[in-house]
Write a protein that binds this ligand. Sequence first.
Ligand code: ATP
Length: 514
Amino acid sequence: MSQTSFSFCKALSSELDPEKLQQKFLSSLLELQNLERGSIWVKKTDGYLCVEAVGDQSEKIKGITISANRPSIVGWVIENGKMTIAEPGKDERHYKEFEADMAVKSKLILCFPLFLKGGEVYGAVQLIDTRSGGSRLNLDQDYLELLQNLVDIGSIVLSNSLVYSAQVQENLKLKQTLESIRREEPILGESEAFLKILKVASDYAKTDFPVLITGESGTGKEVIAKEIHRLSNRMDKPFLVQNCSAIPETLLESELFGYQKGAFTGAVKDKVGLFEAANGGTVFLDEIGDMPLQLQARILRVLQNSEIKPLGGTKTKKIDVRIISATNKDLKEAIAKEQFREDLFYRLNVLPLHLPALRERKEDILLLLDHFLSRESFKMGIPPKKFSKDALDYLIKYSWKGNIRELENFVKHIIVVVEGEKITLDDLSLHFPPAQLAPPEEEKPVDGNRGEETEKPSPGGASFFDGYSWEELERAYVLYLLEKNRWHITRAAKEAKVNRSTFDSRMKKLGIRK
Ligand SMILES: Nc1ncnc2c1ncn2[C@@H]1O[C@H](COP(=O)(O)OP(=O)(O)OP(=O)(O)O)[C@@H](O)[C@H]1O
């Protein structure tokens, strides 16, 4: 007997997949009773669902639900939490419709409840004898007790595997959600200036006219171009990007227009160009101001005729693409210098959109810092770090010349070099040159009226000292010396031509800690 129990437990413990486990559970029990028919049922809100069936015509039973209102042996066992032995022909609890279609009739049914760990019944298992008189079933009391024990073990293993597989599924879903969150970067900004941009972008999305986006580097020109595409009726078609700078002219030409086999040495097969690949969608031409003049003429023809001719090709191809271009250059100036075609400028600039620099929408800095901090901390698998108030004040006032990209890179750097959970003003010296680090003006609220702030001149400018307090300059100087001397206080003091204790006390007064 103990060998039987051992083999039974061993068979079940090697399986985690609920479906396979059900099959093993049922077939092991049937084997013990030397039977060929059996089924497993699980309680659902509307009745009892057969999740596993074995034996002749089992495919007819698996998957069906017996309504809770109808008499059934499984229903009785599940609701009463007791094992039962029933004779199908005579027992009123029997669900007779089943038997009508069965070629081989059930003669005797042994049905056990399936318990969860806490004692709650979640289903039932039926072992069915089909031989006349049910003569194969061993109904010996000891044997039935053993069976009941095995069913109890099996039902717990089964319920654990159901919980496990539900958790695996949930885990998978969460991973997919996180992945999609990671891939779909949100567009952040709640300043008036930025909300206006979003409104214009959504208006532009309703048309097919070319858009020219201008703005400093890193202000989000590509992000907005993508948003226009996403909001347009081209959203299901490709959005393809070509940076027009830092790429040799011939390469740029073949990237945009494609080529035919044999067009030049090395053209061993046809290549589809970007315009053709984006057919029906949008092409984003970044840094259009750097496009060579000869290529500008070809782009003009695309805009005028909506057709392209691959390099080495003889036939033109009709294409349907929307062109959004972007530049951080002054194209009017480039036109004056004859570096940019005026006719192309007017073709591209049907719908102009200028993106403000981050310093012109400082209200968005907090939001962006917060977002990048959470995102990068999450990627690193660490709790999100926080900025101290004076560090935030500094960051809000800082003139982000590289705009959002600079801010993003700053977060990526600072989060790695600062060990603690709080990033303080002192910590910022790990990223910004110490001489640049000046504390914020007193009592200026973090999210206050920043529109009226004046930019502080950068160090080295003619009016460098303008607008700084004594303390601000002293702090910057002390931090500069410390950084330069790798926080060796005696050396820093020596360079400042004061003794160590004086330097120490100045550090304390300024709240600078090693
Ligand atoms: N509104 C925004 N919300 C969140 N992230 C943004 C936003 N705008 C820009 N970014 C992020 O800032 C970075 C720079 O954006 P983007 O490449 O669109 O700028 P750009 O103006 O096209 O830069 P460049 O002129 O150098 O090509 C990207 O990582 C982008 O995801």
